[in-house]
Design a binder for this molecule. Structure first.
Ligand code: ADP
Ligand code: MG
Length: 257
């Protein structure tokens, strides 16, 4: 059997500060298989971003283990809600920042960057500054900057939430297609249940803080082609949406009670 790209085993985490301890994650275990697109949903403040930071190695888990498939030499790419493009650099210079910092800037990297710019329709904007691009274009540029590092696992923390609704629909479908075509594995955190359903192969539902895994829902849709837009009109979409909505609203109800 194929070894998963990522295994999270019994992850626990608490924040400690002057006011005491905030328990964020309790016993989180799950896998991501190669090429799988996993979405994670859960009430706001439950610990989703904390979990991604632990997977990315930015936070140390209190207990538990993060296991990355060694054979695949999984490199992690991390994309956040804000595009974090550097305003004083051109799009081209922004995209090459990672290779520059890691001393891996080669002719091949530049060719890859040019190909990605062309594939994602941004070649014409290569020498522009971020301020000259629309929100959707900036988010695409941020994705290119991540993809140029050739990650095996992409972590996406609410990457579309700064966009207006229509741009968000377009950019999320766009980026979903790009990720599928590249065959890399991805974990998407989102509070948009339709977005999770339209993009993911499987959805983990987290409980309110401290987060535990409440449900693991495979998304099997009857659709002619596997695209985020087609997914939205799948016959199963409505029932799955209602199931997710119920799971999440149950968690919010607990908070009130
Ligand atoms: P989510 O991404 O699901 O909205 P987070 O992972 O950002 O939630 O945060 C989980 C909980 O941990 C929240 O209650 C938040 O207030 C708390 N928290 C986040 N970062 C810190 C920190 N640096 N210090 C203390 N508490 C934090
Ligand atoms: Mg968050």
């Amino acid at each position: 059997m194929n070894q998963p790209v990522l295994e999270c085993k019994n992850i626990c985490f608490s924040y400690h500060n002057l006011n005491g301890e905030t328990r964020a994650l309790t016993d989180i275990s799950f896998c991501v298989n190669k090429g799988e697109f996993l979405a994670i949903v859960g009430p706001s403040g439950c610990g989703k971003s904390t979990l991604l930071s632990i997977i990315a190695g930015l936070l140390e888990p209190e207990s538990g283990e993060i296991i990355l498939n060694e054979k695949e030499k999984v490199r992690i790419g991390y994309m956040l809600q804000q595009d974090h493009l550097l305003e004083w650099r051109t799009i081209w210079k922004n995209i090459l920042l990672g290779p520059e910092i890691t001393h891996s800037l080669s002719e091949e990297k530049k060719e890859l960057a040019l190909k990605l710019l062309s594939d994602y329709g941004l070649l014409k904007f290569k020498d522009k500054k971020p301020a000259e691009l629309s929100g959707g274009m900036k988010q695409r540029a941020a994705l290119i900057r991540t993809m140029v590092m050739e990650p095996g696992l992409l972590l996406l923390d609410e990457p579309f939430s700064a966009l207006d609704y229509q741009t968000r629909l377009m950019v999320s479908a766009d980026i979903g297609n790009i990720i599928r075509a590249s065959g890399i594995s991805a974990i998407l955190i989102t509070h948009d249940l339709s977005e999770a359903l339209s993009l993911a192969d499987r959805i983990l539902v987290l409980s309110r803080r401290p987060a535990t895994i409440k449900n693991n829902i495979p998304v099997h849709l009857t659709i002619p082609e596997n695209t985020p837009l087609a997914a939205r009109s799948a016959p199963e979409f409505g029932d799955l949406f209602n199931l997710l909505w119920k799971e999440i609203s149950d968690e919010y109800a607990k908070e009130d009670g």
